[in-house]
Design a protein around this ligand. Structure first.
Ligand code: C2O
Ligand code: CU
Length: 568
């Protein structure tokens, strides 16, 4: 097994007044990765110590670089005083290796998922995903890039020397309280960081540079562009490379999204350029725009944050001499893009983003929430959707709130097929795992659930505004294999007794072997009404259901099974 650490120490040359050299997280390569989460302090302001978290250090996380096809092991050691999890955002892995809220890592324990890298070359990332704990742990420093390389990418004329012409750019806005402690659940995220550096300065060579951009912010979207108006070329979306470089002067990046871009600094030695967010151009509803909501339905104190609706600098770039092995042209084509075919879709689902009324007396604010999905908030013990392995599905995301929410789903990559009833913008035509859904708008995507099934351990889908996720704007889905050899629907049927059927008020389900199982109730239209998990037995309430036909779906380690139930 190989385990190497390469620390890139460049960019220490010319520092403008008040600028800090851009930190380049160390790259970890090989097939075994030791990730030690630890707490510490960092001085960001004057001499005040700010408590922080980091991996293999006290602030931020290293960049993991792997090859497609490698079998890797990640030893994630929790050296914090609180429980956590570690999620590989965008990677196609089994639910048990995914690091969602169900794979808890207790303090002083190590979680070691092993899996084969199946994704194509692209820029992914990793961060904690504990129920209700994502925002505080990410904001304190736990987030890193996860770069996948493959043979197709290797044959292209692209910059790929990490830290030299292939630059990680993790953009995060953070809020600090009066004591200069990192604060969450506030709209005063006025401190802008790139790779954990405030007022960053990158000295880059005068040639084609690849930027791997991640929006790792809790809430804020950015509308990226360069101060000299220069064109740049998008070459990748969340899930990997696109087919042809797309020339742009603006690119919007919402929380959780990644893009790879090329920018050509050839012949620009001695010049300085700012990477900026032109937030004044963003539409109402996007966190970071001038306004979110209308009238009384607006975000409280949002207008007090001077970044909202303003154009601001993210990274100062000072252009220096070119390196020896330089690229000075943008490639003409990249990798073939073959999206899923809508003809193959056999299952359709709708996820509605809604504003929840928690108590009858609570007046919800359509811009402030609380928000849910399909009228519910996240519950560790329920399953919201049950997917059959191998199915191509089309999901429709309907946003009934006044905030734009970036929707993210685990396990798979999808193709956006419709935004506001039209084709998606060219910058979103590619492999995606996050898509921003505008207020009172809808998005359709197509995907296929392949490779992994697990009748007990769910994957997540959620809003990637971390505060919304932590507040429960998240759901779970199981991928079940209904064709497992030797485990057919009859064998599972014989393992459970379900009575009485017909029923008037409740239904008893008993596992003959005291198994743990998930159970969902569907109406005749296939809409899910209820779901829970149980060990050995459970009682399902039928009192409030109208007379008619229902289906219950049971899944356990042994497979899945659907039974028709008649309510009298
Ligand atoms: Cu980046 Cu479910 O998260
Ligand atoms: Cu949201």
């Amino acid at each position: 097994m190989r385990f190497t650490v390469s620390i890139v120490l460049i960019f220490c040359l010319k520092i403008a007044i008040g600028q800090n050299p851009l930190y380049i997280p160390p790259a970890l390569t090989g097939t075994t990765f030791n990730l030690n989460m630890q707490a510490g302090t960092k001085v960001f302001y004057d001499s005040t110590k700010t408590p922080t978290f980091g991996i293999n250090g006290v602030w931020l996380s290293p960049t993991i670089i792997v090859n497609k096809g490698d079998s890797i092991t990640l030893n994630v050691k929790n050296g914090l005083n609180e429980k956590t999890t570690m999620h590989w955002h965008g990677l196609h892995v089994a639910a048990m290796n995914d690091g969602g809220p169900h794979q808890i890592i207790k303090p002083n324990t190590t979680w070691s998922p092993s899996f084969k890298v199946r994704n194509n070359a692209g820029t992914f990332w990793y961060h904690p995903h504990g129920a209700g704990q994502t925002d505080p742990q990410v904001s304190k420093g736990l987030a890193g890039l996860f770069i996948v390389k493959d043979n197709d990418e290797a044959t292209l004329a692209l910059p790929r020397t990490y830290g030299v012409d292939d630059i990680p750019i993790i953009i995060q806005s953070k809020a600090f309280d009066d004591l200069k402690q990192i604060a969450i659940a506030t709209d005063m995220d006025t401190a802008l960081f790139v790779n954990g550096t405030l007022h960053p300065l990158a000295t880059l060579p005068a040639q084609v540079i690849r930027l791997r951009l991640l929006n790792g912010s809790s809430l804020r979207s950015y509308n990226l562009g360069f101060s000299n108006g220069q064109t740049f070329y998008q070459i990748g979306t969340d899930g990997g490379l696109i087919d042809t470089p797309l020339s742009l002067t603006r690119l919007r990046l919402s929380p959780g999204e990644r893009v790879e871009v090329l920018v050509n600094f050839s012949g620009m030695i001695g010049q300085k350029v700012e990477l900026k967010s032109y937030a004044s151009e963003m539409k109402n509803g996007i966190y970071g725009a001038d306004t979110v909501g209308f009238g009384a339905d607006t975000i409280h104190e949002y207008a007090d944050n001077f970044l909202n609706g303003a154009d601001f600098n993210l990274l100062l770039i000072s252009i220096d001499s070119a390196t020896a092995n330089l690229l000075n042209a943008i490639p003409v084509s990249l990798v073939p893009y073959i999206p899923f075919n809508a003809i193959a879709a056999s299952k359709f689902r709708t996820i509605v983003f809604d504003t929840l009324r928690l108590l009858p007396a609570d007046a919800p604010n359509l811009a402030e929430g609380p928000f849910g999905m399909n009228n519910r908030t996240f519950d560790m013990d329920s399953i919201n959707e049950v997917v059959h392995l191998g199915t191509t599905e089309i999901w429709t995301l309907v946003n009934k709130t006044l905030v734009a929410h970036p929707f993210h789903i685990h396990d798979i990559q999808f193709n956006v097929i419709e935004k506001s009833g039209m084709s998606p913008p060219p910058s979103e035509m590619g492999w995606k795992d996050v898509v921003l859904v505008m207020p009172n708008d809808s998005v359709k995507f197509i995907t296929k659930f392949e490779t992994f099934s697990d009748p007990m351990v769910p994957h997540m889908y959620h809003c990637h505004l971390l505060h919304h996720e932590d507040d429960g704007m998240m759901g779970s889905f199981l991928v079940i294999d209904t064709t497992v050899t030797g485990i057919n629907e009859t064998s599972i049927e014989n393992r459970f007794s379900i009575y009485p059927n017909p029923t008037t008020d409740e239904l008893n389900i008993t596992s003959i072997n005291n198994e743990k199982f998930s159970i969902s109730i569907f109406n005749a239209l296939g809409q899910q009404l209820y779901s829970t998990q149980a060990i050995a037995n459970c009682k399902l309430p039928f009192t409030n259901y109208t007379t008619g036909i229902y289906f219950i779906q049971i899944s356990s380690r042994m497979g899945a099974y659907t039974q028709k139930i008649v309510k009298l």
